[in-house]
Design a protein around this ligand. Structure first.
Ligand SMILES: [Zn+2]
Length: 397
């Protein structure tokens, strides 16, 4: 071969890339090891950063990491193990370069009567932002499909609104008095039993992704009102019952947002979010809500008490219950859109909070609030429609 010919070949090889390809082949990096412990931690943090209430076990069990992301149960495993119960990061049992597998399931506790509404499997190499977005979208779709398929075969004992029988709960000592979420604190309801109701709400929402949005507002109100004894009372005398953490930290309550267009304050939070995130979003978008509440209440009181001898200077806003008022405003909007044939939750909320009923329930959850002082009733009955209206919902509808 002449020198010219050699040179030509070299130029051609470089031009068509084969030279580069060969060089690259010589420097192929070894397959990357992926540790499931890291992945699980980053997964949980990513959902938390997007406002989801999260829980995670600190270690894998039977080869599986478990997470609880709002109403979603997540598992993380490494396929192809010689011993599937082994720690997925144990190199004696696993090829650590095998891509781990993530599975997202809702409801959290699928049953025989209500199998999974969503089973989503993603490779562990999926970018975290894509995982959070995809799980949110699929969860919204799963709920919408289940809500659309609901069959109403029972009526709320108080308002008579039709619901699936499993969606109405006995909120008092009487098993046959089953209520929708918006009748629980009505003045016509006596003998509230919030300690039992708490477990019934959790069982319903854990097992049914289409459960009425309003139950999260009942949860929020009881959790916000509760006092330091609440945990002991919920755990019961034998301590065998294990209540969910949102009863002691209402910021962790999962709130379904209205399907369809969301108001500016709630953009990007669908299909649901933690109450903590919801409250922050609402407060950031509408920092004047408390002032508006006080102004409206003052105007109402003036109208009601024409013969009063002076201005009522008491501050009736109960800060401890404000997150519950926000939760009611949003959950009612969600129910209004999800149940177009049902009674208007706004209408039910009109006199859905009564001092005697609240005092009874507050007493049982160990609350230190004085429900008879009118502050709680005012905070809810005036706060809820006011917050709803500020968000762009129509509480007169
Ligand atoms: Zn009702």
């Amino acid at each position: 071969m002449t020198r010219n010919r050699k040179k030509k070949l070299a130029v051609r090889a470089e031009a068509d890339g084969t030279g580069h390809a060969r060089a690259a082949r010589l420097h192929v990096p070894p397959p990357k090891e992926i540790l499931t412990a890291d992945l699980q931690e980053r997964l949980i943090s990513a959902f938390q950063a997007e406002g989801w209430p999260v829980e995670s076990d600190g270690s894998p069990e039977f080869g599986t990491w478990t997470g609880w992301l709002g109403p979603v149960w997540s598992t993380l495993t490494r396929p192809g193990a010689s011993d599937s119960d082994a720690d997925p990061d144990d190199p004696d049992h696993h090829d650590l370069t095998t891509v781990p597998e993530l599975t997202f399931i809702t409801p959290k506790i699928p049953g025989i009567d209500a199998p999974e509404a969503m089973v989503l499997t993603l490779p562990g190499t999926t970018p975290l932002a894509d995982i959070v977005r995809t799980v949110g979208e699929e969860l919204g779709r799963a709920r919408a499909a289940k809500v659309a398929a609901l069959a109403n075969d029972a009526k709320c004992s108080l308002c008579g609104d039709s619901y699936p029988a499993t969606h109405l709960l006995p909120a008092t000592e009487h098993d046959r008095l089953v209520l929708c979420p918006f009748c629980v604190f009505d003045g016509d309801i006596l003998g509230g039993h919030p300690l039992r109701l708490a477990y019934l709400i959790d069982r319903l929402t854990d097992q049914d992704v289409a459960a009425p949005a309003g139950w999260s507002a009942v949860t929020a109100l009881l959790a916000c009102a509760a006092g330091p004894d609440f945990r002991a009372r919920l755990e019961g005398d034998d301590g065998l019952l294990v209540p969910l953490p949102h009863w002691f930290d209402p910021a962790l309550v999962w709130v379904w947002l209205p399907p369809g267009d969301l108001p500016p304050a709630l953009q990007g939070l669908g299909p649901g979010t933690s109450l903590g995130t919801l409250v922050s979003a609402v407060e950031a978008a509408h920092p004047d809500l408390r002032d508006r509440f006080r102004a409206e209440l003052a105007a109402n009181l003036e109208e009601d008490e024409e013969d009063s001898d002076g201005e009522d200077t008491r501050d009736y806003l109960v800060e401890q219950l404000w997150p519950a008022a926000i939760c009611y405003a949003v959950a009612a909007a969600t129910q209004f859109r999800e149940r177009p044939g049902g009674l208007s939750p706004w209408h039910l909320l009109g006199d859905g909070f009564e001092e005697g009923n609240l005092a009874d329930n507050f007493d049982q959850v160990g609350s230190t609030l004085d429900a008879d002082s009118l502050g709680p009733v005012f905070t809810l009955s005036i706060g809820v429609p006011l917050i709803a209206e500020a968000l762009g919902f129509d509480p007169s509808s």
